[in-house]
Design a protein around this ligand. Structure first.
Ligand SMILES: Nc1ncnc2c1ncn2[C@@H]1O[C@H](COP(=O)(O)OP(=O)(O)O)[C@@H](O)[C@H]1O
Ligand SMILES: [Mg+2]
Length: 293
């Protein structure tokens, strides 16, 4: 296996972490290392973690760093290979057939082909990053099909022939781990579990994404969010909720709301499930951020 030691000017995991930071994505060194190794080894990167920890965003930021267009295949229950690979444009075929008025016409020419994400990625592997998002939502059959795709980067179109990628494309897969993925699929990838960031990193993310938020506010929100995540909630706040809660409370505070109260009034930005709110009910005041001068 060819090891590429320098990818788009990125010479080390630390380099990659810096470049991601410039793209407003603050990665732990572990994540930067796994990502760097996936690139260097030419393997897909599999990011697993609960919703809201920054998996999709990591792939998008990486696309930006590499100067590659992100092509996203969003998985869902019942997704099939047609939605992932290609479909024939029946409407255009029909129209062309009518216009040909009995003359001869090639209905399986490229102009009638609708390239879906996997085919798009094969056609320009050097220019794109293929994001296969939330693969755990797809069924096992689709997963097996993906495994095959990731093994040889080849698609066979009966009417057109075989399309093979000139080089393996950069691929990132994500999973919310609502179920376990195939052993074989995991073996093919470089794997990284994204955890919630530690307090210092999450406060930094807040201040990067919402520059108007004061450090004390960011730290107070981060501590409160950590306490909320320790509760058995249906929808624990993700990183986006931390950022928005801090931002919303800062806004209310600028308009005159006092400190602990500004957090309480902006709670709908952090907790978005009525069962969770009911579950916390009387204890909520103690779980809210305290002072934030
Ligand atoms: N490490 C990070 N640095 C900066 N922003 C982040 C980071 N992780 C998450 N975010 C923010 O949190 C939001 C939610 O992340 P997302 O990638 O959608 O989570 P997931 O795909 O894991 O459910 C992103 O849009 C981004 O604003
Ligand atoms: Mg996501």
């Amino acid at each position: 296996m060819a090891i590429r030691s320098d990818i788009a000017g990125i010479g080390s995991p630390e380099d990659l972490a810096r470049a991601l930071r410039d793209a407003q994505y603050l990665a732990s060194l572990d994540l930067a290392t796994a990502t760097y190794l996936a690139l260097a080894l030419g393997k897909p990167l599999l990011l697993e973690g609960v919703p809201g920890v920054g998996k999709t965003e990591a792939a998008k930021a990486l696309g930006g760093v590499l100067g590659r267009q992100v092509i996203r295949l969003q998985c869902y229950e019942g997704i099939d290979s047609a939605a992932a690979l290609y479909e024939w444009n029946y409407a255009r075929q029909l129209l062309a057939l009518r216009q040909a008025e009995g003359g001869s016409i090639d209905l399986y020419a490229d102009q009638f082909l609708l390239a879906r994400p996997l085919l798009q990625a094969l056609r320009s592997p050097g220019e794109v990053l293929l994001l296969i998002d939330e693969i755990d939502r797809a069924d096992q059959e689709f997963e097996a099909f993906l495994l095959e795709f990731l093994s040889d980067f080849t698609i066979s179109i009966p009417e057109l022939g075989t399309v093979r990628a000139a080089s393996p494309p950069v691929v990132v897969l994500t999973s919310n781990r609502t179920r376990d993925l195939h052993e074989a699929l995991r073996r093919r990838c470089v794997y990284h579990w994204i955890d919630y960031p530690d307090a210092a990193l999450e406060a930094e993310i807040v201040m990067t994404r919402a520059p108007r938020v004061a450090q004390a506010t960011a730290e107070a929100v981060v501590a409160s969010v950590a306490a909320l995540r320790a509760e058995p909630l249906a929808k624990p706040p993700g990183i986006a909720e931390t950022v928005e809660w801090a931002e919303a409370a800062t806004l209310l505070n600028a308009q005159g709301a006092r400190w602990p109260e500004a957090f309480a009034r902006a709670i709908g930005v952090a907790l978005k499930d009525q069962d969770d709110i009911a579950y916390l009910a009387g204890r909520l005041p103690q779980l809210l951020p305290g002072e934030a001068a």
